[in-house]
Design a protein around this ligand. Structure first.
Ligand code: ADP
Ligand code: ZN
Ligand code: ZN
Length: 754
């Protein structure tokens, strides 16, 4: 969100001639410019490398900024009185020229203030101006004391948390606190007690052994071809789409490529959607890769995160596995970028600096002249489009590795059926048959909570959020109504506020209701629910997965969380309770997402010798795209969906940018966007060629968290046309008459139209 006081400030501070080299500094403020300063007293500006931090005065405050460039005052021929930076904080640059170039590119493309973009690429401690951590300082971990190693675990029978720490330490010589936390959740307290009682002691973590502890299977022909194609491209830019069904051995390809790059002395950056959801990939990497590996994601403590970042930056870490923001990690010897599950929505930041890490991976690879591999069982439509335009080279993996067979997809028409806990009679029958055969069942419903509606059967009233145009979801286990859009909570009404009817009924199903009704129906069958509510404690998601793999649960109920990257070899029946939920959304992306989810969920099943069966409930059994998906698979679906997008002139055939505005007053967002529209249309005709400006219109959910929201959509035949138009106007937008009265943002290549 931009600020208006902007540009006056920079000019106001220039009123006397200067002859010193001028520093151009990025500051963490929502303004589109860099700021000019004189070097700190006694510092020779010409010797300062870009990428060092400076502490400097800005308005009434002291800020930490990053030096981006220097310039000589004569060359610019300008005069002015500049303020002086107070202190130089780093002798060596923290951000390399390559990283700064990427950040500048990204700020430019996504039209976000450069200073915020650059400063947010630093770990928080460094943003605050603290001294950098020494990456050579070994990480502190824990090991059993000699005494502790001999004591029987039964001594801790009454302290299960402590016992699980000791059990883990019995399996390995030492373990970092980060690793313990990842496996077991917050263990600070058990560690303190164990240390106090002499079970464990602190130790400096030793580097990993320099041998690969485990070798992989010999690759099949397609895997081999994929590895050869990418290794042949090492040393220059090339982009690949590793397009292989779940279980076809993509991870195996990543592992071998990583090893190949490590042998040549390069660093590898691996992006994953959410680290908590992909513990298996990290573990497989740790087992197979002998080189130091650093993880970067938001669940790390600040110090840990900075240490890992420093290890990447200094070249100590050879492999970096991270989520979205890891794309900006400085890596001096970056030689390969892998993007796992490239279709995943979490690669796009949905607030503030709205970048796509997947798309920036391509840009970064081009800057660094290295190959980039996007991998998915369900590639994004735009990635398949890029294959068809020969921008990406396709590396198909058509067979499942090993003996596993592809699952069978079927539809159940639920119109007019008597549903029990969201299940039609035939699905219910399948579930009990499968449970009787001793296999696991996975029921997928992307709706958490007990019921999406609390309803009065008498007058039709239902519980709504007071701050959003949305219904409240009933969460029975917490005894609350909860708005999934703004987070508002309140106790459920005890009777109808409109007609006085004393009974309100929960209508529809969420995962919580499925869990309770199905446990009642299948007595004695162990049921587990996996969603954000049931796994909110750190480490509990992984723990659940372990239990599932160990066969402690027979009936698994899950949301999107269960659709991602987990091998659940004993699941032979997958039920998707409501496919229509995704196929009819206000957002044109909805169908693509649902198709991806179906294939991803289906991919969890039938991995071993038992073939999987996937059953989807629908009220629209004739939907042409759904039928294409079912009969011909994801690739055919994608072709048909792309054809629809082409005819509708939607992305990826056209380029979009979405301007959003919101305010407490309904008129203001529309007025502001109107001003934007007029500003844009005042451009010379050549800037408007090929660009359509649609709106302003109210957002699909007009009121959210008390704010009224409106949209203005820009759509262009090419990315260039869109970028040229935005570039010409972006700095003027914060100065439009209504800009100060609304919260507004710009989203280039929006992935959600809400
Ligand atoms: P994906 O990442 O595409 O889901 P994985 O790489 O995880 O697939 O492979 C799925 C399973 O098949 C894993 O258990 C893996 O060890 C095994 N696997 C992969 N490649 C081969 C191969 N060439 N031969 C035998 N087993 C393989
Ligand atoms: Zn009523
Ligand atoms: Zn709400």
């Amino acid at each position: 969100m931009a600020d208006r006081e902007t540009l006056q400030l920079t000019s106001e501070s220039r009123s006397q001639p200067q002859h010193e080299t001028i520093l151009q500094v990025a500051l963490p403020v929502p303004l589109y410019s860099l700021f000019d300063y004189l070097p700190p007293e006694g510092v020779e500006a010409a010797t300062l490398p870009p990428g060092v931090r400076l502490r400097l005065p800005f308005r009434q405050r002291q800020l930490v900024g990053v030096l981006v460039a220097t310039r000589s005052p004569e060359a610019e021929g300008f005069s002015g009185k500049l303020r002086r930076a107070s202190t130089l904080l780093d002798p060596q640059p923290l951000l390399s020229g390559e990283t700064l170039a990427l950040l500048r590119w990204a700020a430019d493309y996504y039209r976000h203030p450069l200073g915020e973009v650059i400063c947010s690429a630093l770990p928080a401690r460094l943003r605050q101006g603290k001294a950098p951590l020494d990456p050579h300082q070994p990480e502190i971990g824990w090991q059993l004391t000699r005494d502790g190693a001999q004591r029987p675990l039964t001594k801790l029978a009454r302290a299960p948390r402590q016992a699980s720490v000791v059990a883990l330490l019995q399996q390995r010589p030492q373990c970092s606190e980060a690793e313990l936390r990842q496996q077991l959740g917050d263990v600070r307290d058990p560690l303190k007690r164990l240390h106090h009682h002499g079970w464990i002691e602190a130790t400096a973590m030793r580097p990993l052994p320099a041998v690969e502890s485990e070798t992989g299977p010999p690759l099949n022909r397609e895997q081999q071809q994929a590895v050869s194609a990418v290794t042949a491209a090492l040393g220059h830019f090339a982009s690949f789409l590793l397009d292989g069904v779940t279980g076809s051995g993509k991870t195996e390809v990543y592992l071998q490529l990583t090893q190949a790059v490590l042998r040549r002395g390069g660093q590898v950056l691996i992006l994953v959607p959410e680290i908590g959801l992909t513990p298996q990939l990290v573990r497989r990497l740790q087992r197979r890769i002998a080189a130091p590996l650093a993880r970067l994601h938001s669940a790390l403590a600040e110090g840990e995160r900075e240490r890992n970042w420093q290890q990447a930056r200094s070249g100590i870490a050879r492999v970096v596995v991270g989520t979205r923001s890891a794309i900006f990690t400085p890596l001096p010897e970056l030689a390969l970028i892998l993007v796992d599950e490239e279709h995943d929505l979490s690669y796009k930041q949905q607030e503030g600096f709205r970048y796509s890490a997947r798309d920036l991976a391509i840009v970064r690879a081009r800057h660094c002249r290295c190959p980039v591999v996007l991998g998915s069982a369900t590639p994004a439509l735009e990635s398949l489009y890029n294959v068809s335009r020969q921008r990406y080279q396709s590396l198909p993996l058509r067979q499942r590795a090993g003996a596993a067979q592809p699952p069978r997809l079927e539809l159940i028409d639920v119109r007019g059926k008597r549903m029990v806990a969201g299940l039609s009679p035939s699905l219910l029958q399948l579930v009990s048959d499968t449970l009787a055969s001793d296999a696991q069942v996975l029921l997928f419903l992307n709706r958490r909570g007990y019921a999406p509606l609390l309803l009065c059967r008498n007058c039709g009233w239902f519980a709504e959020c007071r701050r959003c145009d949305a219904r409240m979801t009933l969460h029975l286990d917490r005894g609350i109504l909860w708005c999934h859009h703004c987070g508002a909570q309140r106790p459920p009404e005890t009777g109808c506020p409109k007609c006085g009817n004393p009974t309100l009924v929960p209508a529809g199903e969420g995962t919580e209701r499925l869990e309770s009704e199905l446990s009642r129906r299948f007595v004695g069958v162990p049921v587990v629910r996996i969603d954000r509510d049931s796994t909110s404690r750190k480490g509990s998601f992984e723990q659940r997965l372990e239990e599932i793999r160990a066969g402690h649960h027979s009936l698994l109920i899950g949301t999107q969380m269960l659709a991602k990257g987990h091998h659940l070899p004993n699941v032979t029946l997958v039920g998707i309770l409501d496919v229509d939920q995704g196929f009819y959304g206000v957002d044109y992306h909805a169908m693509e997402r649902m198709a991806q989810t179906i294939i991803q969920v289906a991919g969890r099943a039938g991995r071993a010798e038992r073939p999987g069966r996937v059953v989807m409930q629908t009220r629209h059994p004739d939907h042409p795209l759904l039928l294409t998906l079912l009969r011909e698979g994801y690739a055919a679906f994608a072709r048909a969906a792309l054809e629809e997008r082409r005819q509708a002139a939607l992305p990826p055939f056209h380029s979009q940018a979405l301007l959003r505005a919101e305010a407490l007053d309904a008129e203001l967002p529309k007025r502001f966007l109107h001003e934007v529209q007029q500003c844009l249309t005042s451009s010379p005709p050549e800037l408007l060629r090929g660009v359509e400006i649609l709106g302003p219109i109210p957002a699909p959910m007009e009121r959210r968290a008390g704010y009224l929201r409106a949209h203005l959509l820009l759509q262009a035949t090419t990315k260039n046309a869109l970028q040229r138009l935005l570039a010409a106007h972006i700095t003027a937008l914060p100065r439009l008459p209504s800009a100060a009265k609304v919260r507004w943002s710009i989203d280039v290549d929006p992935m959600e139209m809400m």
